[in-house]
Ligand binder design. Structure first.
Ligand code: FES
Length: 135
């Protein structure tokens, strides 16, 4: 069974203009909501929720990344820590079910369509060894 990973930046914060110091960090809040949401998903064993400390898109919080061997990698940004959760869970299920991870654009939830930050090709299953003379 392919193992899928949903990386969630737990340090993401909205811009300082709207930041309330008494609120939980937005990224941590998103992680917590996703974790709770996954509890009720039949396919939860197929995806690992992984907290990370920054993915380099700090000005576009919140940020998550979907990755799996042999599949496209999706980096999503500008996600709401609460409103995006149902759509991220839906996309998780779609991503798991799709052999190459390329969920048809029309079928992607709106938060995913709007939040695309980067889509990276799948890594080759085996990397050819470099010849020393090529270096
Ligand atoms: S703090 Fe979240 S991407 Fe940098």
């Amino acid at each position: 069974m392919t193992q899928h990973t949903l990386f969630v930046c737990v340090l993401c914060r909205p811009s300082e203009v709207n930041q309330n110091p008494h609120e939980a960090i937005a990224g941590q809040s998103l992680f917590n909501h996703l974790s709770e949401g996954l509890e009720s998903c039949e396919w939860r064993e197929s995806i690992h929720l992984q907290p990370v400390r920054c993915m380099g898109a700090c000005s576009r919080s919140c940020v998550v990344t979907f990755a799996a061997p042999g599949k496209l990698t999706f980096v999503l940004s500008e996600l709401s820590p609460t409103k995006s959760v149902p759509e991220l869970l839906k996309f998780s299920e779609q991503y798991i079910a799709c052999a190459d991870g390329k969920v048809p654009y029309k079928e992607r939830p709106e938060a995913v369509k709007k939040g695309i930050h980067a889509v990276l090709p799948a890594l080759p299953s085996s990397t050819p060894a470099l010849n020393v003379e090529q270096l």
